[in-house]
Write a new protein. Structure first.
Lengths: 596, 323
């Protein structure tokens, strides 16, 4: 039931084989300073406020299906296989959902069961949602990772070598980890030796959890590197900057580290490991970094302009609470020179053209491109129609401020309503499509983001209780469509990081095989007074804007655990090897330090 | 949840008449913040639920000749805001530490004393003593939140927030049944069950806890709670102290630990050590160390010894106005 001790997992271990780059043995021989550490991050669950489930109604040959899903377009196709009906007989709807975080893609057996119950009852609607205990036990989790890491450096702080043995479980399915990303972000390091072992345990299986693999990779890497900096007696920020050239985007990370340092007042509050001021409460700062892809998924959009001037923008995407609707409306309204309340957005319905599932931070790129293309196409059709009427070539027209006008000449214009009235009785309906490669070439979307989080914590060394003072986040995501909702994503991610760093842990009982905390009482999540002040800076520069739109869902959820763990080590002078940083673990680390 | 009969009597007499000779006959509902979840989890399935919130005489906080009377259906919120509670900061702190505003608006002081333990083995259906195959699951299991005092076979911790403060203040509770009433010291109200058929409080299935009585004697009192989360979390350890002062020195002291044993846990040796002393960092620290002397931590909860110690020290300094 436990994977904490690799020597005790026996045949449930599946080693993935060793990966070696450069000459790690030689590098360790030549290293002037080495550091060794053990780190652990437990299995956590998604803890969606709205659990998994759906309403299903079997209506004659047709099945009306209202799941809580991140995947409106495809989930009905998967249900069709489970309940053996043609996919075109299933009509999927979803207006709103209460959290998914990667765990809500398939219809699951409870979807099929609900459909069968509806059928057996002669077509009555069946609502079947998991209760909290079931939700936390079987509806997915984020795998653990345990690590033994050895690093080496020159005296001047240059990292020369990384060696890690990691193991992980995500339940009965094992626990893979993309170790080739070690050391995370500082990935261009020449010498490394990487071993990973997946461990299966008799527990619920993993599902994607906001940036799969990355929070664990970031935690292990940033912790081990901060330990190395401490061994070198070097300021952690100076150490990270010293090694900036082996990061995947040196200029970007350098600028972000410097910005985050300015925001958290690094110069004012930073100290070498261990706060030596008097009293039981010690304060410290820590750094975590992130990276992600975020390339927009396939998406098709249908835009209809009606003769009365009303506009429909329809695509079968979904809003996970991130304001997908708002983004679509903004792009459409901007193309038409309208305000967003003049555009009616339809999503969450399989009657609309297909769009990808919302996973991997792919939604914003997908839906904005298809919307932009569909609206541009529809506007082109409207201009074609207006050109002879207005006596201006179609490519000489523009839509601004609720009017169609000759470019730059408001005196030759008509209102949007007047313009649409020229359509007579026929609506204009046009499609737009996001094709990834094409859209990247056109500069509309891209992939690859970076971010830095810094945490400022106080630790009561008498009780082991960690208090968040502040967390700052500097994050790029290409062209920001809406700064407010983008910031909101980062705020939420910082809060989730606080939860994972300080409180969240699935606790399994070795004797009964049960999850002991499948509730929101002992499966602890941070409350408003536990999260401190969060300060977000969207890294908006002309260079990032020029890259196009990139997704933001995952990356800010990556580095926070590392930042908090490092801040605690910086405060109390010793690494607490395992998160969450509970009072018992913090006190245990402190007593080790006293003995040591 | 099993089906049940619901009764909402208007008087105490009617209410006690609706109770039965066993817990499966009937259970008392006040705030419902614990009973309803116990019923939903099938941990209790009474045939009848007797709502006592409509009984006027069970509410209110008032001064009596002997001290202060707190009605059983007074909520945590009412308690913490009441002017008569100004002399009892130890109770106010404990009441404000309870869960969330929602729970404090619903939960009652009587319910705080009568609620069942939060031990995850108990809540998972293994009984009050967490037994499986004749053996407690706790010593070899996940016991990070369990008792460090008492020595078994009960390892759950008393969940009561007000209990330790009430014991320190020398409070009593009144229990009323169809055959009469009795008054029991809060220190006697909590008991350590020796078998799965026993309960953790002295109340019988045909009794209603109607009021709490706090004696008038003036004390300097305080509670300190160590909680992992700032709010909406059970304490890991608490201490409530009440000091009868003799000038600047302690005349007599009560020191009671919470969330470290199956009952509020009086630290008699620490109380004795404090008599005749003035409270400062050193005496508080010394008393705190004595208070946790004899703790018997399990495999994962040794840290609670330290937390209990810190709670005692900080509660003493708080009571003495030196925090």
């Amino acid at each position: 039931m436990h994977e904490h001790d690799l020597s005790k997992v026996g045949t449930r271990a599946k080693p993935a084989g060793e990966q070696v780059a450069g000459d790690p043995d030689k590098a360790f021989q030549e290293a002037e300073v080495t550091s060794e550490g053990e780190y652990g991050i437990p299995v956590i669950t998604h803890c969606c406020l709205e659990p998994h489930g759906q309403v299903v109604q079997w209506n004659g040959d047709k099945v009306e299906y209202w799941p809580s899903t991140q995947n409106v377009t495809q989930v009905g196709n998967d249900l069709a296989k489970l309940i053996e009906v043609p996919a075109n007989q299933i009509h999927t709807h979803m207006d709103y959902m209460g959290g998914g975080f990667g765990s809500k893609f398939p219809p699951d057996l409870w979807g099929a069961e609900a459909a069968q119950l509806s059928k057996m009852s002669g077509g009555r609607p069946v609502k079947l949602f998991l209760d909290r205990a079931t939700e936390l036990t079987i509806a997915g989790n984020r795998p653990s990772v345990f690590a033994k890491v050895k690093t080496g450096a020159k005296k001047d702080g240059t990292i020369t070598v990384w060696q890690s043995q990691t193991w992980a479980t995500g339940g009965y399915t094992g626990g893979n980890l993309n170790v080739s990303l070690f050391p995370y972000v500082f990935n261009k390091l020449e010498n490394k030796r990487l071993n990973h072992t997946a461990v299966s345990i008799n527990a619920g299986s993993a599902r994607a959890w906001r940036a799969p693999n990355h929070p664990q990779l970031s935690f292990v890497t940033c912790s081990a590197l901060e330990d190395l900096a401490a061994k070198l007696n070097m300021d952690a920020l100076a150490f990270f900057l010293k090694n900036i050239e082996i990061t995947t985007r040196p200029q970007v990370y350098k600028a972000q580290l410097e910005k985050a340092a300015e925001m958290i007042e690094w110069k004012k509050y930073a100290h070498l490991r261990s706060d030596t001021t008097k009293g039981p409460v010690k304060r410290g700062l820590g750094i975590g970094v992130n990276t992600w892809g975020g390339l927009g998924h396939d998406s098709q959009c249908r835009v209809t302009i009606h003769p009365d001037g009303s506009v429909d923008v329809d695509l079968c995407s979904q809003d996970l609470g991130t304001a997908t609707r708002t983004m679509i409306a903004m792009v459409a309204a901007e193309t038409f020179g309208l305000t967003i309340n003049q555009v009616k957005v339809g999503i969450g319905d399989t009657q609309f053209p297909p769009s990808g599932g919302s996973g991997g931070s792919t939604t914003i790129g997908g839906v904005t491109v298809s919307t932009r293309k569909a609206t541009v196409n529809a506007l082109g059709k409207l201009f074609d129609l207006l050109s002879p009427v207005m006596g201006v070539p179609a490519d000489g027209l523009e839509a601004v401020d609720g009017r169609i006008q000759q470019k730059g000449n408001p005196s030759k214009s008509m209102t949007w309503q007047q313009a649409c009235a020229k359509m007579g009785t026929q609506s204009i309906s046009e499609m737009g499509q996001n094709k990834q490669a094409e859209a990247v070439k056109e500069g509309l979307i891209n992939q690859g983001t970076s971010g830095v989080q810094m945490a400022d914590v106080s630790v009561d060394t008498d009780t082991g209780i960690v208090k968040m003072n502040r967390m700052v986040a500097v994050q790029d995501c290409g062209l920001v469509v809406n700064p407010k909702t983008a910031e909101s994503q980062v705020f939420g991610a910082c809060i989730m990081s606080c939860c994972a760093a300080l409180m969240e842990e699935r606790i399994m009982d070795q004797q009964t095989g049960r999850v002991l905390n499948p509730d929101m009482e002992f499966y602890k999540l941070a409350g408003i007074s536990d999260i401190g002040e969060i300060i977000v800076h969207m890294d908006i520069t002309p260079e990032h804007d020029a890259r196009g739109i990139i997704g933001l869902g995952e990356p800010p959820a990556v580095g926070g655990v590392a930042a908090i763990s490092n801040a605690v080590a910086n405060a109390i002078g010793v690494r607490v090897p395992m998160v969450p940083l509970t009072p018992n673990r913090v006190l245990a680390a402190l007593s080790q330090r006293r003995i040591g | 949840m099993e089906r049940f009969e619901y009764a909402s009597p208007a008087t105490l007499k009617e209410a006690t008449a609706l109770l039965g000779s066993s817990w499966s006959d009937a259970q008392v509902l006040a705030g419902g913040t614990d009973l309803i979840s116990l019923m939903k989890e099938y941990l209790v399935s009474p045939k009848r639920v007797v709502n006592i919130k409509s009984i006027g005489e069970l509410g209110g906080i008032s001064k009596t000749g002997a001290g202060v009377r707190i009605g059983a259906t007074v909520t945590f919120d009412e308690l913490s805001a009441h002017p008569l509670m100004r002399d009892y900061p130890s109770l106010v702190t404990a009441a404000l530490g309870v869960a969330s505003p929602q729970i404090r608006n619903m939960g009652t002081v009587g319910g705080d004393l009568c609620q069942r333990p939060r031990c995850w083995y108990y809540r998972g259906g293994y009984g009050l003593l967490a037994m499986k195959d004749g053996k407690s699951l706790v010593p070899d299991g996940e016991n990070r939140y369990h008792a460090i005092f008492g020595g078994g076979p009960a390892y759950f911790v008393s969940p009561s927030s007000l209990g330790p403060a009430l014991v320190a203040l020398g409070a009593q509770v009144k229990l009323v049944s169809p055959s009469g009433s009795r008054t029991v010291g809060v220190d006697q109200f909590f008991v350590i069950p020796k078998s799965d058929t026993e309960r953790e409080t002295a109340i019988q299935s045909d009794e209603i806890l109607t009021e709490i009585l706090i004696p008038a004697a003036r004390t300097k009192n305080a509670t300190y709670e160590v909680r992992h989360k700032d709010a909406l979390d059970w304490p890991l350890a608490t201490a409530s102290v009440a000091l009868k002062m003799n000038g600047s020195k302690v005349g007599s002291a009560r020191v009671v630990l919470g969330h470290v044993a199956p009952t509020p846990w009086p630290a008699a040796a620490a109380e004795k050590a404090l008599a005749g002393k003035s409270i400062d960092e050193a005496t508080a620290e010394e008393a705190a160390a004595i208070a946790v002397d004899g703790a018997q931590p399990l495999s994962q909860n040794g840290y609670k010894v330290q937390l209990a110690k810190v709670a005692v020290k900080r509660a003493l300094l708080e009571a003495a106005g030196k925090a």
